[in-house]
Design a protein around this ligand. Structure first.
Ligand SMILES: Cc1ncc(COP(=O)(O)O)c(C=O)c1O
Length: 486
């Protein structure tokens, strides 16, 4: 065996933690998404962070924080023992082919069957549904859009909702109506239309205007995650389902963030009375350890796109791979055995009650709090009430959640931004976070609010040199900004 050529980094170097924090940041800045890392670095959020327990991370100085971030993709926290122990066993015992693209495979077979069984418990009409696996949420949406298009090839329009988020590949991006992410990529796929979220009459009017036969599909998040945790009014999803069924329009429920327990239900769409034709899943299905996406489709729609010799019409290399499927199977098993949707519901209710109490005490800091299950949101007030010139105002709006994230970090809480809501920070803790850790998490959020009773404190507590660097970073950033949301 030869030594690695000079300058190469070995697996040992990483495993034995010989790369220091500054080394990691330097390499990331040099060869990765430099601007993003730079912005995080200015805020002191760039890490790298290391696992202490599944629910706690520490930085290179040994400062520990409770992890309520992970964008809803960490259902059992960091390196959860139940999943890692299973992975070790898998590595020792598994003999199934790793990437069974052109053959059957036991892990894929088992996960397909279990997912359909799980769905059919809630929605019996899905008992014969079929699954297509991939490796991310956006890819699951791409598959869903293709299934819908193949089902209604002459239809020209796809409808999604304002503030929705479905991913950033070109198809899913077309249905993610956010100018910051879309604008320089125009023209996107033709025929993407946006309807206001939660407004059934507006959806009906839009469908009428373009003609029901011209609508390929309606894509909806049962609760909008990246839009800042927007819960639709009661009856919206049920009505949407009835409207689309009347016209034969397939409904795609994007459960990538809400599904598998995050919002307190296995499938939020089913809980709200919607029986979609296609359901997308991803984030938690990989147990926080692997990348698994799934598109679950009613059998006739599945067969229309992937029938006969056309069964290769949609494919990928890694979807259905043994390790990913095995971890997916184990994750589902763990969710079922511990009834984590139920736990998410009860813990989430406690969390929301705590947030509501904090908002009542500190209305100058928090404009609103929302949530269901362990998908919790804090919407901050604008940091300055005085009129500012346009660009500066935009930067300040945009900076609100970013500075809140920084200050929460200082209080020992890791939280999420919301990709399509500039003043909303979300908490998405592990569904199996122990009660005492969860209480400490909420205590820290309250302590943070106590030290920042007004939104302007987010700015005042930030050292001026950080604010200055952030402002110059924002000014030199070439991106197009979204209109502020408040
Ligand atoms: C509802 C929803 N759909 C799709 C996606 C895209 O998933 P991914 O980031 O895995 O591509 C996300 C990611 O946040 C999401 O929340």
């Amino acid at each position: 065996m030869c030594a690695l050529p000079p300058g190469f980094i070995s697996t040992r170097d990483v495993l034995d933690e010989r790369l220091t924090g500054p080394d990691v940041r330097r390499l990331e800045l040099a060869h990765g998404n430099e601007e993003l890392l730079y912005g995080l670095d200015v805020l002191g959020l760039a890490g790298p962070f290391s696992r202490v327990t599944p629910w706690e991370l520490e930085d290179e100085r040994g400062v520990r924080r409770i992890n309520a971030s992970g964008y809803a993709a960490m259902p059992f926290g960091e390196m959860p023992p139940a999943i890692t122990a299973f992975m070790q066993e898998f590595l020792q015992k598994n003999r199934a082919m790793s990437l069974p693209q052109q053959s059957s495979g036991p892990w894929r077979a088992a996960l397909q069957a279990n997912l359909v069984r799980l769905l059919a418990r809630e929605l019996p009409s899905h008992a014969q549904s079929q699954v297509f696996f991939c490796s991310s949420g956006t890819e699951a949406i791409e598959g869903a859009l293709k299934f819908a298009k193949a089902w209604r090839p002459r239809a020209k329009f796809q409808i999604s909702f304002a503030s929705g988020y479905h991913g950033k590949t070109l198809g899913s991006l077309s249905l993610t109506p956010n100018p910051e992410y879309q604008d320089i990529f125009r023209p996107l796929i033709p025929g993407a239309l946006t309807s206001p979220y939660g407004d059934l009459d507006a959806l009906a009017a839009l469908i009428r205007r373009v003609g029901p036969d011209n609508v390929t599909c309606v894509v909806v998040e049962p609760i909008q995650g990246e839009g800042g945790v927007n819960i639709p009014p009661p009856g919206f999803l049920r009505g949407l389902g009835e409207l689309c069924r009347r016209h034969g329009i397939p409904v795609i429920a994007d459960e990538i963030q809400t599904g598998l327990g995050r919002t307190g239900h296995w499938f939020e769409s089913a809980a709200q009375g919607l029986d979609p034709d296609i359901i997308t899943l991803a984030k938690p299905l990989g147990g926080g350890m692997t990348a698994v996406g799934a598109t679950i489709v009613r059998a006739p729609i599945y067969k229309k796109m992937l029938g006969g010799l056309s069964s290769k019409r949609h494919s990928n290399t890694f979807g259905g791979g043994a390790l990913a499927m095995a971890v997916g199977l184990k994750s589902l098993e763990y969710l079922l055995e511990h009834n984590l949707p139920e736990r998410s519901r009860t813990l989430g209710a406690q969390g929301l009650a705590r947030l509501q109490a904090v908002q009542r005490r500190f209305p100058g800091l928090l404009e609103d709090v929302r949530g269901q299950g362990l998908l919790l949101a804090m919407q901050f007030r604008p940091m300055l009430g005085v009129p500012l010139p346009g660009a500066l105002k935009e930067i300040l709006f945009e900076a609100t959640a970013i500075l809140a994230l920084r200050e929460l970090h200082g209080a020992g809480v890791m939280a999420n931004l919301s990709l399509s809501s500039k003043r909303t920070v979300r908490l998405t803790p592990a569904l199996d976070m122990p009660q005492d850790v969860f209480v400490t998490l909420m205590d820290r959020v309250e302590a943070f609010a106590q030290t920042h009773p007004h939104a302007r404190d987010l700015l005042l507590k930030t050292p001026p040199q950080v604010t200055a660097r952030l402002a110059s970073f924002a000014a030199r950033s070439p991106k197009k900004r979204t209109p502020s949301d408040g």
